[in-house]
Ligand binder design. Structure first.
Ligand SMILES: [Zn+2]
Length: 273
């Protein structure tokens, strides 16, 4: 998504009101490999040039892909090592679980990655689902975030175990603080809001029109391209039902499980056509 300025406008009964002017910024970025390494000719460690689909060096060396070049620490000829961290063969990796208070997490929130977005989490056995549910509920109730850390092929991944606004469980990768290039942002501090502020805010929201199916449907070039006419069937599993079954069977005595929550199957409305 391009960084740009936007005027937020509400249209009510033909009248438009500008609510706010905002700037969509660039999220915090992770330092890219190209920021700290160079690709050189493997024979004489000179910088190759790219022409006619080849990386060519003055010494006569040429290759069609960057993989054929030598990766070195930027500005040096020291080889840059990228050791493999996983065992390979599709083996299951261990992710260590940690927790952190929200207050502490707010201080490092620049490292939440908007580039790699969120990855949905699914689990097959009931025990896993029940424990996922407990982690999610407990972190919300006690003001913590749950942090996971595991090895990907060559990189260590640090991620949050959390939910989307619609309540789906996701893993959200964050940028390691030692690799971050921070972006600009605004932060909400609700502790500074009075009751009156909140009442006014509620009245304000009443003036905002409701979103319709049409609002959530795109009509740009992609529609012509792919002929996507209606949303696919949802593949969401409702945890509530699984929890109920588990409770009936194991009689889990746990306060946190008494709350009714989380993932509900989405109701899909077919767009009118
Ligand atoms: Zn060369």
């Amino acid at each position: 998504m391009k960084a740009r300025k936007l005027v937020l406008q509400a249209v009510v009964m033909g009248f438009s009101a500008n609510i706010a002017t905002i700037k969509i910024g660039n999220p915090a970025k992770e330092r890219a490999l190209s920021d700290y390494t160079d690709l050189l000719c493997p024979q004489d460690k000179k910088k190759p040039h790219y022409e006619t689909s080849h990386y060519r060096c003055d010494c006569g060396f040429s290759t069609t892909t960057w993989q054929g070049l030598a990766r070195v620490l930027k500005g040096t000829t020291t080889p840059f090592e990228m050791p493999t961290l996983t065992k390979g063969n599709g083996e299951v990796e261990i992710a260590k679980i940690f927790k952190m208070t929200l207050a502490a997490f707010a201080k490092i929130s620049d490292y939440v990655d908007a580039k790699d977005a969120e990855h949905p989490v699914t689990a097959e056995d009931e025990g896993s689902i029940v424990n996922l549910y407990k982690l999610i509920v407990a972190q919300t109730e006690t003001g913590h975030v749950i942090i996971l850390k595991w090895n990907d092929t060559k990189e260590e991944i640090i991620a949050l175990l959390t939910t989307t606004l619609s309540g789906k469980i996701v893993v959200r990768k964050i940028i390691p603080p030692n690799l971050v290039i921070v972006g600009e942002s605004l932060m909400l501090d609700q502790s500074k809001m009075t009751k009156q502020d909140i009442e006014e805010a509620k009245l304000f929201l009443k003036q905002i029109p409701d979103a319709t199916d049409e609002v959530l449907t795109v009509t740009d070039y992609r529609m012509k391209q792919f002929e996507v006419h209606q949303p696919e069937e949802s593949k969401v599993t409702a945890i509530g039902a699984i929890m109920e079954k588990a409770r009936a069977r194991k009689e889990i005595v746990d306060k946190t499980t008494k709350r009714e929550i989380i993932v509900q199957t989405q109701t899909k409305k077919k767009p009118k056509k």
